[in-house]
Ligand binder design. Structure first.
Ligand code: ADP
Length: 429
């Protein structure tokens, strides 16, 4: 029921996900932790907002086993100043432990051509990735709901001849807008939310471009081998995510074959890939995630197969502000940046909080703090045209441009950040 409508209401209660990450060393049964967390939440009698929840110091069981408790997804549900009161909420607790094995890489053939990477989810590498990606348009929630609905239909055994749906997602848009990261973060998120239903969860990353090496004759074999491996994973009651990056290279390969500049092997490889994908589609526990940097050039056969096609655009002003704010917070946390001498430390407010406060003339910031926030807004404004990827690099470049990098207060840093953004934009044109 949590995924069927715009507002997941059950008996007028809002279902809210509470994600509980176990310590790497914990050997507690997830079930016991879940019960302890539910008890803790019952006692809380507080409101629910998105974000971390402190572990109660007097609960030794939780203190020993739990690394982090995080409430997610209330933001878009509430109008009450972003707060849900405890009696409006039915928490759904997901307990998980991060896998620290890292990437398993498949090296195929004599050519040492890396054809795919494999992760067991939820993976340590992708911890926090979902939260770090900032889009304004509810894109993340839409994707999450879509994928969750697809899995629910499958789980309930809905007959695909009567209601048709498939499990292919295509994200397209300019490079550096976070498409690949979003696919991985989505897989990670779903692996946490669906953990209890599957014995394990895997992500297989295929680079479409690498399948079309100059050895087309090898590519066919590569595709077959790859999908055979995926098929084996699927048969074992795992939840499997297959990420195919840069699918535009399929179209390019086919085009090249048609124009006669490449061997017709290319067509065979593209067709083999599409056939294999169709075969996988019948397995209920697979979600295929694909990305493309060029919308126009995606193979039409491919576009037709995707159920959800979402455009991922360059970051808006609000998203740019939030990306830069999160960068600054990290540099303040690590002590690379400090607050100006004459100022106390303060939490940089989010864009929406700031806007609301300005609107209601309820500013809590001092004049000096306001000045910093104005600089941050200016930095977000001047960086229009930079991708999310470029924005996340900007603070590093600004730091490297400082005359005295050992002592850097926020005010000076923001000035340099603005200059760096201007320079980056000039150089990118
Ligand atoms: P793409 O696949 O679209 O080329 P990537 O997934 O490789 O983009 O993005 C690279 C990095 O850029 C991400 O890991 C993230 O750090 C940053 N990034 C891109 N877009 C955003 C965004 N909207 N919010 C936050 N970070 C972003």
């Amino acid at each position: 029921p949590s995924i069927s409508g715009p507002l997941p209401l059950v008996d007028d209660m809002v279902l809210v996900s509470v994600e509980v990450c176990l310590n790497p060393s914990s050997v507690a049964r997830p079930e016991d932790v879940r019960i302890a967390i539910e008890r803790m939440l019952e006692k809380r009698c507080l409101s629910f907002t998105d974000g971390p929840v402190p572990i109660p110091l007097d609960d030794s069981f939780l203190m020993e086993n739990v690394k982090r408790i995080h409430i997610c997804g209330t933001d878009e549900l509430v109008s009450n100043h972003g707060v849900l009161l405890f009696w409006q909420v039915r928490p759904v607790v997901h307990v998980y432990q991060l896998c620290e094995d890292g990437v398993g890489e498949e090296i195929s053939g004599d050519e040492m051509l890396s054809s795919f990477n494999e992760w067991v989810l939820p993976a340590k590498e992708y911890d926090g990735l979902w939260e770090s990606l900032i889009y304004e348009t509810g894109l993340k929630q839409r994707l999450l709901r879509y994928a969750a609905s697809a899995l629910l239909f499958t789980e309930k055994g809905v007959d695909p001849c009567l209601v048709s749906w498939n499990r292919i997602i295509l994200l397209h848009g300019p490079p550096g807008t976070g498409k690949t990261s979003l696919c991985k973060a989505l897989a990670q998120k779903l692996s946490i939310r669906c953990k209890s239903r599957y014995s394990s969860c895997q992500l297989v990353e295929v680079n479409a471009h690498s399948l079309f090496s100059k050895w087309f004759s090898e590519s066919g074999k590569l595709v077959a081998k790859l999908f055979q491996k995926i098929q084996e994973m699927v048969e074992e009651d795992n939840l499997v995510f297959v990420l195919i990056d840069e699918v535009e290279s399929l179209a390019a390969a086919r085009q090249a074959a048609l124009s006669g500049s490449e061997p017709s092997d290319a067509i065979r490889v593209v067709n083999a890939l599409l056939t294999q994908m169709d075969r996988l589609k019948s397995s209920p526990n697979v979600i295929i995630l694909t990305t493309s940097n060029i919308t126009a050039a995606i193979d039409i056969a491919f576009v037709d197969r995707a159920d959800i096609k979402a455009y991922v655009g360059p970051p808006t002003l609000q998203a740019r502000f939030e990306i830069l704010r999160s960068c600054l917070e990290e540099l303040l946390r690590t002590g690379i940046l400090i607050y100006p001498k004459e100022q106390d430390s303060f939490t940089l407010p989010s864009f929406s909080t700031l806007k609301e406060r300005l609107h209601h003339c309820e500013l809590q910031e001092s004049e000096g703090q306001l000045c910093l926030l104005k600089q941050l807004i200016e930095a977000a404004e001047v960086s229009e045209g930079l991708s999310g990827r470029a924005l996340r690099k900007l603070p590093f470049l600004a730091h490297a441009a400082l005359s005295n990098p050992n002592y850097c207060d926020l005010c000076k840093f923001l000035n340099t950040l603005i200059e760096t953004a201007r320079r980056e934009l000039l150089e990118s044109h």
